[in-house]
Design a protein around this ligand. Structure first.
Ligand code: GCU
Length: 415
């Protein structure tokens, strides 16, 4: 007889739960009981919130209502519920050019190292930015601003890097773009105790030890840093700060999408393999889930975010909303066949669902409703997509498609 106790014993001594499926996709078991799904037939039904309906239920019928009412309403709810708002006590910023190298990249670029000092005195935190400007640029150059996991080119690498970014800086400069980059975690770490220091701690009032309710999680801090770099680029005569493309991979792709949503000065966003809470639809049960992010990376978002574990349908929007908050500016999204954790199909569907906002603002959408063939970029409109064969990385093909897409929008011709 197998009674309750027998069942319990069987569960404790039974076979270990698999950590991967047959294709090597990671399986995580959330405290909510949810296990990662990779079966399209088990995704289930979901209904996405309509970005073109106001909180009061009225439809958004014109661009002015989107820009003046719906967009601010969504930014406010996303700040409160998901990413967190920049606190009133956000630290002061001072950018200092500490080195200029006239013949960087074998004479192809002028390199500046700019240190951003956040806050002042003993508690100040520094962020190193490398800026490469094409040596022969006759006019101010458009910029690729990349959030990196490792130190940017030109700055010695740390002994241990969580991830080494392959940065095609020579190619970027050769195409006529300036290149600026920083290591995302330099001034605000990416770990459970991060709020004890860094930029977040600089904003605390007396007695405060963590961001207050509704205040920035680390992704909003990293996005804020990107905006501060953009402030500096606006003062740099050799670059065109009106044509800055913000690039980020994975958690930095999520960050780039939010940075572009909040700061309309970013002219274009490239979110590579940005996945859950980035480009892929959270309501779609495929790959990483809200429950996983809430359990494993709670510091990325507002302190109350874990309340959405198991309650995905109550999220105030979905990834299509965050993409749409970038409209009418172009957004390019990529996914990889060997990166099902990030749900590339869900990323594509988010672009499709952002389409109505782009169309309302007079832009061309992604141009398809069915997942396109592998390795064929969809880049004829303002929403671009590429599903590459391969891993959780920015591939050479992704960069090529990115430059074709960006070149069209920025009026940059060339290779
Ligand atoms: C983890 C995390 C993802 C994230 C990724 C990365 O896999 O679960 O959400 O995108 O790290 O940043 O590489």
């Amino acid at each position: 007889m197998v009674g309750w106790a027998g069942g319990l014993v069987a569960a404790e001594t039974g076979p270990a739960r698999p950590k991967q499926d047959a294709k090597g996709n990671p399986i995580r078991y959330a405290a909510t009981g949810h296990a990662s799904n990779y079966d399209e037939t088990k995704v289930g039904r979901y209904v996405l919130p309509d970005p073109l309906v106001l909180a009061n239920g009225r439809p958004v019928r014109d661009a002015a209502t989107w820009s003046n009412v719906r967009r601010p309403e969504l930014i406010a709810v996303y700040e409160r519920e998901i990413f967190g708002a920049v606190p009133a006590g956000a630290p002061s910023v001072r950018a200092e050019v500490v080195a200029t190298e006239a013949d960087a990249l074998g004479g192809k670029a002028v390199r500046k190292q700019v240190v951003f000092h956040f806050g002042a005195g003993e508690r100040a935190v520094a962020l190193n930015v490398s800026l490469y400007v094409p040596a022969k640029a006759a006019k101010p150059a458009p910029v690729v601003l990349q959030l990196l996991f490792s130190n940017p080119p030109g700055i010695p690498q740390l002994a241990k890097m969580p991830f080494n970014d392959a940065v095609p800086v020579e190619d970027i400069v050769g195409r006529g773009y300036a290149y600026a980059a920083f290591r995302y975690s330099e001034a605000q770490g990416d770990h459970a105790k991060t709020s004890e220091g860094g930029v977040q701690a600089l904003a605390y009032g007396p007695g405060q030890t963590r961001p207050a309710a509704g205040e920035w999680g680390t992704m909003a801090v990293w996005a804020w840093m990107a905006s501060r770099v953009l402030d500096y680029l606006e003062t740099e005569p050799t670059v065109d700060a009106k044509r800055v493309a913000l690039v980020g991979h994975s958690r930095l792709g999520k960050t780039a999408l939010w940075a572009g949503a909040r700061d309309p000065r970013f002219a274009l966003v490239f979110a590579s393999c940005a996945g859950e809470m980035g480009a892929s639809l959270a309501r779609r049960d495929y790959g990483e889930s809200v429950d996983d992010v809430a359990a494993n990376f709670p510091w990325w978002l507002v302190a109350t975010f874990p309340k959405y574990a198991g309650r995905w349908n109550e999220l105030p929007g979905d990834s299509h909303t965050v993409i749409a908050l970038n409209a009418p500016r172009p957004v390019f999204v990529t996914g990889g066949t060997e990166d099902q954790w990030a749900d590339p199909h869900g990323e594509f569907l988010a672009l499709v669902a952002a389409g109505p906002v782009y169309r309302l603002l007079g832009q061309k959408d992604v141009g398809a409703t069915v997942l396109p063939a592998l390795d064929v970029p969809l880049i004829s409109g303002s929403l671009g997509f590429l599903y590459h064969t391969g891993k959780h990385v920015i591939t050479a093909g992704d960069w090529r498609a990115f430059f074709e897409f960006t070149g069209r929008h920025f009026g940059v011709t060339g290779r």
